[in-house]
Write a protein that binds this ligand. Structure first.
Ligand code: FAD
Length: 291
């Protein structure tokens, strides 16, 4: 199923993100965790590519397994920045031939050692180049793109960021998923601005349940997200107690999702990080709302 067809229905949905194993050695345990999440029948599951500790090698294996064994629609992430055109085209065809209908078209982070490299001869400089490649190579795939309510860290300002986002969407993105955020007002302001800029595709907010204190630093590092005082107080109070922090983090994320649903959002993507119990608790907290 194409994700765009889910997003245009009048129904609240939750989807979950997982990441593939880093090595063959932990393939089975990661596969099991993703299967436990698939058994919860989310609207769809996304599988990252070379992010969150996983590698690009197993993205398709995990995505194919979820689709084939559990019938859960999958969204395979794909990055382009340090890849050749040939490799990317091969990956696109592999996705297309696997029966997966959805791709998240990402630039990917620039590897540290290439930060100062001359990029003029790179096959792909931005995600828009991958969107165009997808449109050319496999026009039937449903394409997602990333967006940043708190501005992409490399952007000089929000106007530029939104201008490039509009170009990416116009090149062929069917929907967008946001970077994580912990203050819903940032999302509402951002949505207002991108709608004003003429971006009309569905936007799925990405919510990260923070379930241990260490994750806080990682999340800020990764996304530069603003931490509201209400969230910091919770980490200060419960950060030392793993079970209390986990419970508080899940409730905070649930509360964010309820507020999003109450304010006109229908589809939320949860960065569930291969944690079936977190996914299960959030779903059960929202059981009457989602039915
Ligand atoms: P782009 O859309 O290319 O934007 C990157 C920067 O370039 C922005 O500052 C943008 O404003 C600017 N820009 C865009 N076009 C132009 C242009 N024509 N001229 C000048 N500037 C331009 N990373 C992974 O490695 N694997 C994953 O699976 C993964 N999944 C993700 C999922 C989501 C929902 C999100 C939000 C991020 C994900 N990332 C992933 C991280 C992502 O790869 C990084 O944030 C990366 O730095 C940017 O990728 P992008 O696709 O947003 O790039």
């Amino acid at each position: 199923m194409k994700i765009i067809d889910l997003l245009t229905k009048e129904k609240f949905t939750l989807s979950f993100e997982v990441f593939p194993p880093k090595t063959e050695g932990n393939f089975e345990s990661v596969k099991r965790a993703t299967e436990e999440i698939a058994k919860l029948s989310p609207a769809f599951m996304s599988v990252t590519y070379g992010a969150g500790g996983g590698t690009s090698k197993y993205t398709l294996d995990i995505a194919k397994n979820i689709l084939k064994e559990y019938g859960v629609p999958t969204l395979a992430h794909l990055t382009c920045v340090s890849s050749t055109r040939q490799t990317v085209k091969e990956k696109i065809l592999e996705i297309k031939n696997s029966g997966i209908k959805n791709v998240m078209a990402l630039r990917g982070d620039i590897p540290k050692e290439l930060e100062n490299a001359d990029r003029s001869n790179w096959d792909y400089k931005h995600a828009i180049d991958l969107v165009k490649e997808l449109k050319e190579t496999a026009p039937d795939l449903c394409i997602g793109g990333a967006c940043y309510p708190e501005i992409h860290p490399e952007s000089a300002n929000q106007n530029d960021d939104i201008k490039y986002l509009k170009e990416k969407v116009d090149a062929g993105c069917d929907f967008l998923t946001t970077q994580m955020f912990f203050d819903n007002n940032l999302l509402y302001n951002y949505l207002y601005k991108i709608r004003e800029a003429g971006i009309t595709v569905p936007v799925m907010p990405g919510i990260m349940p923070i379930t241990n204190a260490k994750q806080v630093a990682r999340a800020i590092n990764l996304s530069g997200s603003f931490m509201p005082q209400r969230f910091k107080a919770l980490v200060d109070k419960f950060g030392e107690s793993p079970s209390a922090m986990k419970q508080a983090g899940i409730i905070y994320a649930t509360d964010q999702i309820i507020d999003l649903f109450a304010n006109g959002i229908k589809n939320v993507h949860v960065y569930s990080m291969n944690n079936p119990d977190v996914a299960e608790k959030i779903l059960s907290n929202l059981s009457s709302i989602l039915n």
